[in-house]
Design a protein. Structure first.
Length: 699
């Protein structure tokens, strides 16, 4: 009993000692000396003690966030700065100043944004702030580089991003910083530096996580890491095969990062369309074809030289004479042998000359055939070459009649044209290319025209390959990248495979009669025209279809109060600005939990109906449909909406496959119904909207 009593007293004493600091509130240290004296236990106690104050700051901060997200920027700045002043002892002192920089960045006032990001960095971090506040400093520093990048001060942005990755090596923004460096160098055509930057992130990361999809129109990045082949090839390019389940197959040559480097990188453009094997275009005037033409000409030149040697040998031989009557038999025999030798050399010379001329004709014919093959392929692919403007004078087009070959001439002009062919330019104008294409169809290539036509074809062919070498995909495709490893530790010729799918962020808008310009309102009695752009829904060779939800809801009061004709910009109403800024920076302005919650397809309780949209053609990715605001049939789906001037039309599309969100997303557009003057139908233009966040916040 005594032992139990002693144990109980000891436990009570321990609890009293441990609980004493909790009952007594710690004072926040004011000087650096006081902060240095804080123990780890005291820092933890201060964080617990400051939690209530942090929660108060959070509530005030959310009010400022709401103003920012609905586009009331002046009010947002005022409230952010108020939070920074009133809660200066909390982590929101720095975070609010950082957010002011975000507001100015959204308004593209980059210099003011940079000034506030720098002010945020100067706010001292306190020991009792939450641990996650450290990342706010990294983001402020990162956004300074983004501002430089968006101002096209690329060298300044590169320098800042490089300092950033050294200062914050563990930040989640490091990959994005390297991606900005890579994309900037690509714009400046400094491909070596771009490859080096992309190497730090594997490939260009355009979302928060590594991409496993590609959107039609984007560049597909391919990277191979193989130390063995890097040492073996010594700078040679590495071939990989890129195929789609839809039938396209392309060879991509990866460039090594450096001599002996184990890293190889390459890109290929993607295109929404029917498969067309651009290897066929490459083959029309391939390296092998050019080598064949050059070999024929070289062999012809060799034969010509041999014929000239024989000609010289014939010249050295004495002229044959008829032996005199009664000449000795030996003299007669020598005359006959001389005659026979001359005949033999003459025949040999003619044979070489004929063979050489035949090889030249074959080379010229091969060049004409290459022109014809390119023309045929362009016709099959339905590719129209832009017609150049006709020059005012023949000299403006390089001289001569447009129907004549620029390198063709006769008489005394042959020397001038031959000299022109020997000093050919590396660049030809569209006018020159068109002239040669036209004349090749009418006049076969000759010796005087060959060099010029060959140079023009090589330049034109390379242009076509660069422009039209694409990986053609549709929304149902899977892309496979195959690389044959001939130097691995496994069996020689082992294949390495990787695969990715097709996904793109959809947009929806109500548009005018041109089906391009967005509208803000539609006259009651007119039609509502809906346009959805979603390339990954193009899945067959025929025009496809998709469904959207059309609903009616009360008109928002704030729209009616806009007397100056201006519409506040919502966070989702980015339009083209979002595409320019890219996901590297824009997604920083939206809280993670808000991004993860998609808006509803149909608002709760709102009348609605499903509308089917048809693709505008084969492989366009654009889907359109119309419906009347006043139904002719009382039983039609539109009648459910009961549209009037007090209502708005909401169209929404569920985008099941998109790279911008972790799951399915819903894109929304709204238009007001208004009464027209004297029944005149009209539309009011507005910015294209992906999502109106103002509506979501109100709900």
């Amino acid at each position: 009993m005594a032992r139990l009593l002693r144990t109980g007293l000891a436990l009570a004493a321990i609890l009293m000692v441990a609980g004493a600091p909790l009952a007594q509130e710690l004072k926040l240290p004011k000087t650096e000396e006081e902060k240095k004296k804080l123990s780890g236990r005291e820092i933890k106690l201060l964080r617990r003690q400051m939690k209530a104050r942090e929660d108060e700051a959070t509530a005030a901060y959310k009010n400022a966030e709401t103003a920012f997200l609905v586009g009331e920027y002046d009010k947002a700045i005022e409230e952010y700065l108020s939070v920074s002043r009133e809660y200066s002892e909390t982590s929101y002192r720095m975070r609010s100043v950082l957010r002011v920089g975000d507001v100015y960045y959204r308004q593209k006032k980059y210099e003011r944004a940079v000034s506030y990001y720098q002010r945020a960095l100067r706010v001292p971090s306190e020991l009792w702030w939450p641990e996650e506040s450290k990342e706010d400093y990294a983001r402020a520093d990162y956004m300074i580089g983004v501002c430089f990048f968006d101002q096209k001060a690329l060298n300044q942005a590169f320098a800042h991003f490089r300092r950033f990755v050294q200062k914050y090596p563990d930040s989640r923004f490091v990959d994005r910083a390297y991606d900005f460096i890579g994309r900037g160098n690509m714009e400046m055509k400094r491909y070596g530096q771009a490859i080096e930057a992309f190497r730090m992130v594997g490939t260009a990361r355009l979302t928060k996580e590594t991409r496993r999809t590609v959107s039609p129109g984007e560049e597909l990045y391919v990277r191979v890491d193989d130390a063995d082949v890097g040492l073996a090839t010594k700078g040679a390019r590495l071939p990989v095969r890129v195929t789609t389940t839809g039938g396209d197959e392309e060879q991509l040559l990866l460039e090594p990062l450096g001599l002996g480097s184990p890293i190889f990188l390459g890109t290929i453009k993607t295109r929404l369309g029917a498969p067309r094997l651009t290897e066929a275009l490459e083959a029309t005037f391939s390296r092998e074809a050019r080598a064949g033409i050059e070999k024929r000409l070289a062999d012809a030149e060799t034969m010509q030289q041999e014929a000239e040697k024989i000609e010289a040998e014939l010249a050295e031989l004495p002229e044959p004479t008829e032996p005199a009557e009664g000449a000795a038999e030996e003299e007669t025999k020598r005359a006959q042998e001389l005659q026979a030798k001359r005949q033999q050399l003459t025949d040999q010379r003619k044979k070489l000359q004929a063979a050489g001329e035949n090889l030249r004709k074959q080379a010229y014919s091969a060049l004409d055939s290459a022109y014809a093959a390119v023309e045929k392929l362009l016709t099959e692919w339905n590719i129209e070459q832009a017609e150049p403007e006709q020059p005012e004078t023949p000299e403006a087009a390089g001289g001569g009649d447009a129907k004549a070959d620029p390198a063709d001439a006769s008489g005394g002009e042959n020397d001038e044209q031959a000299q022109k062919a020997d000093t050919l330019s590396d660049v030809f104008t569209p006018q020159q290319i068109t002239e040669v294409r036209d004349v090749v169809k009418q006049q076969p290539t000759a010796a005087t025209t060959f060099k010029y036509r060959e140079a023009v074809l090589e330049y034109w062919h390379n242009q076509l390959v660069r422009e039209h070498k694409t990986l053609d995909v549709n929304g149902a495709d899977t892309i496979t990248v195959a690389y044959t490893d001939h130097h691995g530790v496994e069996e020689s010729g082992a294949k390495r495979l990787d695969a990715l799918g097709i996904a793109s962020d959809a947009t929806i808008s109500c548009v005018g009669q041109d089906y391009e310009s967005s509208v803000q309102a539609v006259i009651l009695g007119d039609e509502v025209r809906v346009r959805v752009f979603d390339p990954d829904m193009d899945r067959t060779a025929q025009p496809d279809s998709l469904d959207i939800a059309v609903s009616a809801m009360p008109k928002r009061q704030e729209k009616e109060d806009l007397t100056d004709g201006k519409r506040p910009e919502a966070a989702g109403d980015e339009g083209e600005e979002t595409a320019e800024q890219g996901p590297n920076s824009v997604d920083l302005f939206v809280e993670t939990e808000e991004e993860e919650e998609a808006p509803p397809l149909v608002p709760e309780g709102a009348p609605s109906f499903a509308l089917k949209l048809r693709e505008t053609g084969e492989h366009t990715g654009v889907f359109t449909a119309t419906f009347a605001t006043l139904p002719e049939d009382p039983n039609s789906p539109v009648a459910k909406l009961a549209l009037s001037a007090e209502k708005a039309v909401r169209v929404a599309y569920r985008d099941d496959r998109n790279p911008g969100h972790s799951g399915a997303w819903v894109v929304v557009s709204e238009v007001d119904i208004v009464l027209g003057a004297e029944g005149e139908h009209e539309v009011i233009e507005m910015q294209e909207s992906k999502l109106d966040r103002r509506s979501e916040l109100e709900k």
